[in-house]
Design a protein around this ligand. Structure first.
Ligand code: ADP
Length: 498
């Protein structure tokens, strides 16, 4: 099991504990070393003072007339003193000036003053239960050199150091335990706001998606997380609302033709009718059924577009050929509505109207888009008017336009007409059939081609819907798959047309 697989609270506890424990161990070791150094320094100072004391005595002995030997005279002074217990003095010729009983018993050697280092030398040795620290130094008294060795028992200091060490050994595990407890408490404290946020988030369901998480006043990571989650909730909320609206609107749209169907049937069944009357009713029913089929197909396409389960495949499409086919398909409709329907090709002088015009597109989707635009153009152009399908070739693009001389669209409605189920208000369109879904599907198709529909229109001045497609040299050019984001082409197009 790796550290990453552990819950964050455990990981934090471990990290805090390791941190506290390391600090505790470091502090213990450092303080033990410092105490040891202080003891060493104090012992050294004490021994140094003893050497100075011996120098003073030797100077005094030299200046005062005396009959006793140095051994006798040192014995008189140091015999009962603690600092005389471990003392020996050697003169420059190697003769013993003084040796305490303990030093004599030990028969400790001492080098000549000339052989001793100038700062003296320290040695440790054990005598029974005693740990002795000895310090030898060379001293000069009135032109004569002596080696002096003094010693002192270190037992008291060592006991002090040991007791301190034992204290630390007991204290360190206790500090470790405290570190684990403190680490756990700190990680709990640190994660508390997240736990509270999780609790709050758990209360939000599809029933109360309008609720938001509380954002703490501090500008920290928790506040950023709350803001991010809140914006995510807002998006989900908008999506849910859109879905509900879509379902409600779709049901509403289907209800009208269904009611018409029922009325037709009810009237037909009220009394026996002639064959011609039945035929007439059936024709009406067929009309309504076709309308409903168109509506459900559009709804299905929009639903698929929403879930992206119908990805578009871009392939080379001869858009001029497509325009001709659409022109042929819609000429009878236009004639029936007393409109003229024309195709026009602009931009490439050298190209004849029989030449191909290759673009990267999904043929069925592009056909659908053209049909939607043509259906609207025919619906919203009064008899006697004209509808044009225009292809304009530029260096790298083909601009496809459906233009009409119809009733036009007020400027403030230009954006709204691409919304689902939106129809321009007012009685001007009420007689015309439609669900308000066509343009939203057309906009999605354009988006899938990496472009957007551009509209120029004004009331009474007709409308022109344009899309800009990426032009390719011929049908053999390999293509990347559907363009999900508006390409540079479409951005350039938007700039040019805005
Ligand atoms: P539908 O045509 O089914 O109502 P659309 O989404 O295709 O739905 O169009 C939305 C609205 O935009 C239409 O109801 C109409 O008011 C307006 N509209 C679309 N095309 C035109 C046009 N060529 N001329 C005038 N108004 C139009």
């Amino acid at each position: 099991m790796t550290m990453r697989s552990l819950p964050i609270r455990v990981r934090l506890t471990i990290l805090y504990s390791i941190m506290f424990a390391s600090v505790a161990v470091l502090l213990s070791v450092t303080s033990w070393c410092m105490l040891r150094r202080a003891i060493d320094a104090s012992a050294h100072q004490d021994l140094q003072e003893r050497v100075d004391d011996v120098r003073k005595q030797l100077r005094e002995f030299d200046s005062s007339p005396a009959d006793a030997t140095f051994q006798q005279r040192f014995d008189d002074i140091y015999h009962f003193r603690d600092d005389g217990k471990w003392l020996q003095i050697l003169d420059q010729n190697g003769g013993w000036v003084y040796r305490s009983d303990r030093m004599a018993d030990l028969n400790a050697s001492l080098v000549l003053p000339q052989a001793l280092p100038s700062r003296g030398q320290t040695t440790d040795f054990k005598r029974g239960t005693r740990q002795i620290r000895a310090f030898s130094a060379a001293i000069d008294v009135d032109g004569r050199s002596y080696s002096v060795e003094v010693g002192a028992s270190m037992n008291k200091q060592l006991i002090l150091l040991r007791q301190f060490g034992i204290g630390l050994w007991i204290l360190t595990p206790l500090v470790l335990c405290a570190a684990v407890v403190a680490g756990h408490a700190m990680s709990r404290k640190a994660l508390e706001p997240i736990a509270a946020m999780a609790l709050e988030a758990r209360r939000i369901s599809d029933k109360n998606l309008d609720q938001r998480l509380q954002v703490p006043p501090a500008d920290d990571e928790i506040a950023h997380l709350s803001v991010t989650l809140n914006s995510m909730l807002a998006r989900i909320d908008a999506g849910f609302r859109g879905m509900r609206e879509f379902t409600a609107n779709a049901s509403h749209e289907l209800r009208t033709p269904l009611a018409r169907l029922r009325t037709e049937v009810d009237i037909a069944l009220m009394r026996p009718r002639s064959a011609a009357e039945y035929e007439n009713t059936l024709e009406h029913i067929q009309e309504v059924a076709e309308e409903m089929t168109g509506l459900t197909e559009t709804l299905l396409s929009l639903a698929r577009a929403e879930t992206r389960s119908e990805p578009l495949e871009l392939a080379p499409v001869d858009v001029w050929k497509l325009i001709q086919a659409v022109h042929q398909e819609w000429t009878p409709v236009a004639k029936h509505l007393m409109l003229t329907l024309q195709t026009e090709r602009l931009g490439a002088e050298q190209a004849s109207s029989s030449d191909s015009l290759w673009v990267a597109a999904d043929r069925p989707a592009l056909l659908r888009l053209l049909r939607i635009l043509l259906d609207n153009a025919c619906k919203f152009t009064p008899p006697g008017g004209a509808v044009f399908i225009i292809a304009t070739q530029t260096r790298s693009e083909v601009i496809l336009a459906v233009k009409d001389s119809g009733i036009g669209i007020p400027k403030d409605q230009h954006h709204r007409i691409f919304e689902r189920f939106y129809r321009v208000s007012g009685d001007r369109t009420e007689q015309r059939s439609g669900s308000g879904l066509g343009l939203s599907l057309a906009a999605w198709i354009a988006e899938q081609h990496g472009t957007a529909i551009q509209l120029s229109s004004a009331p009474g001045a007709g409308s022109c819907f344009e899309i800009c497609l990426h032009s390719i040299r011929n049908e053999s050019v390999p293509l990347a798959n559907p363009v999900k984001q508006p390409s540079q082409t479409s951005r350039a197009f938007s700039r040019r047309t805005s």
